[in-house]
Design a protein around this ligand. Structure first.
Ligand SMILES: *Cc1c(COP(=O)(O)O)cnc(C)c1O
Length: 381
C-alpha cells in the first residue's frame, strides 16, 4: 500500500529501495565489465538517507564509496569494515588523523597535502592511501594538469603514501561534450607522461553525466555515480540510451485546511497573488522549512486527486497555498504529491527543479530534516 494512505505524516519523502537496486543493476549492466562502481553517497546520500542507501549498496555489491568528508566516511566505516571509502573533498589538517583511525582514502591535489599525509603515515607506521586529483578544467580541486606528472613522481617517492588512484572531474559533462573531450585529453596526457603507473590504480573521471560519452577503449576502470543511481537523469533530454533508470524518490504532503475566498483576495506574504475569481484554496502542510523552494511561489504546481493544482502566492516556512477550485473533491487530510506520480500525472524531480530554477542535485539535498524518509521495497534477507 502506498504511504499516501497509511502515513500519518504532514510531509514525507518516500524512497523506493527496490527501484534503487534495479537502477544499480541497470547501470552496472550498461558499463564495460572492467569498470568499478564508486557509489557517491555524500550529503546523506543526496538526501535519501545514508544508512539505508549504503546498506543496500553493500548488499548489491559496489566496489567503493565516495563521500565529501571524514564525518560521512566514519558513518560508512561504522556500517562495515573493509569497504574502500574515498573522501572527495580536501582534508582539513585537523582532520588528517581520521584517515588512519577509519582507514580512509584521501584525495590529494597539492604537494603540501602529500607531505602532511606522508608524515602522518610515518608517525603511525602505516601507509596512507591516496587518490591524486587532476584539475583538467573544473578549476576547483586537483593539481593543474600540466603540473600533475611532477607531483605523481613525488608521490611515488613518498614511503608512507600509497597511490591507489588518479582522477579528474568534469565541469560540463551534462551540457558540453566538446569541453568534456578537452578534459579527457588533458587527463590522458597527464597520465601518459608518467610511465610505470601501477596497473592496480583506479583511473576515473566519469560522473553520472560523463558515462554518456565514456568509450570502451579508454584507460578508465572506474566511474563515480551519484545522481543517476537515484533515478534522476543528469540532464533532461539526456541520451543516456545506455541506462534507463526509474525514480526512487517522491515527496508528499497533505491538505491541512480548505477554504473559499472571494475574487480579489490577496494570498500569502507580500501579496504577490490576487485571486482572479471566487476560489477554493487548500493550505498544504509543507513549506520551505521542509524543502519546498521559495522559488516555487506563484510558479509550481502540485498533484491532488491526480489533478494539477497551481501554487498561489509565496511559499511560506510551514505552509503552501494551492488553488483547488477545479478539484472539488479535495478534502482536509488528503495526500498531495509535490514530486512523484499521481494517476496519469507525474512531477519529476527534474521538472520540480526547473520550476524552482535549480538543479536536481540541489532539490534532493534541500529536503530538510523535518521530513521523515519512509522506505519501501525493503529486501527480505
Ligand atoms: C558529487 C560528485 C560526483 C557524482 O556526481 P553525479 O553527477 O551526481 O553523478 C562525482 N565526482 C565527484 C568528485 C563529486 O563531487
Amino acid at each position: 500500500m502506498s504511504t499516501a494512505t497509511t502515513s500519518p505524516l504532514r510531509c514525507w519523502a518516500e524512497i523506493d529501495l527496490a527501484a534503487f537496486e534495479r537502477n544499480l543493476k541497470r547501470i552496472q549492466a550498461a558499463l564495460p565489465a572492467r569498470m568499478r562502481y564508486v557509489a557517491v553517497v555524500k550529503a546523506d546520500a543526496y538526501g535519501h538517507g545514508m544508512p539505508q542507501i549504503v546498506r543496500r549498496l553493500m548488499q548489491s555489491g559496489v566496489d567503493c564509496f565516495a563521500v565529501a568528508n571524514v564525518t560521512e566516511a566514519a558513518d560508512i566505516r561504522h556500517m562495515g569494515a573493509g569497504w574502500p571509502i574515498l573522501v572527495l573533498s580536501p582534508l582539513l589538517p585537523q582532520e588528517d588523523h581520521f584517515v588512519v583511525e577509519y582507514d580512509l582514502t584521501a584525495t590529494v591535489s597539492t604537494l603540501g597535502e602529500c607531505e602532511r599525509l606522508n608524515a602522518l603515515g610515518q608517525a603511525n607506521g602505516c601507509r596512507i592511501k591516496v587518490h591524486l586529483k587532476i584539475d583538467t578544467g573544473m578549476g576547483r580541486l586537483g593539481i593543474w594538469h600540466r603540473d600533475a606528472p611532477a607531483l605523481l613522481t613525488q608521490i611515488q617517492a613518498m614511503p608512507a603514501l600509497q597511490l591507489e588512484g588518479v582522477y579528474t572531474h568534469f565541469s560540463s559533462a551534462d551540457s558540453d561534450t566538446q569541453f568534456t573531450e578537452v578534459q579527457r585529453e588533458r587527463f590522458l596526457r597527464a597520465l601518459q607522461s608518467e610511465r610505470g603507473l601501477a596497473e592496480s590504480l583506479l583511473i576515473h573521471a566519469d560522473n553520472s553525466a560523463g558515462i554518456d560519452t565514456l568509450s570502451n577503449d579508454s584507460p578508465y576502470n572506474a566511474v563515480r555515480i551519484g545522481l543517476l543511481q537515484f533515478g534522476v537523469p543528469p540532464y533532461p533530454k539526456s541520451a543516456l540510451g545506455r541506462v534507463a533508470v526509474e525514480p526512487i524518490f517522491s515527496f508528499h504532503t497533505r491538505i491541512g485546511l480548505i477554504k473559499d475566498l472571494p475574487g480579489g483576495t490577496d494570498i500569502s506574504y507580500a501579496r504577490t497573488h490576487q485571486l482572479k475569481r471566487d476560489s477554493r484554496i487548500a493550505v498544504l502542510t509543507a513549506g520551505y522549512g521542509d524543502g519546498v523552494p521559495l522559488e516555487l511561489s506563484n510558479r509550481g504546481s502540485v498533484l491532488i486527486h491526480a489533478q494539477r493544482c497551481p501554487i498561489l502566492g509565496r511559499v511560506t516556512m510551514d505552509q503552501t497555498i494551492v488553488d483547488v477550485t477545479d478539484c472539488p473533491s479535495a478534502q482536509i487530510g488528503d495526500p498531495v504529491v509535490l514530486i512523484g506520480k499521481d494517476g496519469a500525472h507525474e512531477i519529476t524531480t527534474t521538472e520540480f527543479s526547473e520550476q524552482a530554477q535549480t538543479i536536481p542535485w540541489e532539490t534532493l539535498c534541500s529536503v530538510t530534516k523535518r521530513v521523515t524518509r519512509v522506505y519501501v521495497g525493503s529486501r527480505e534477507l
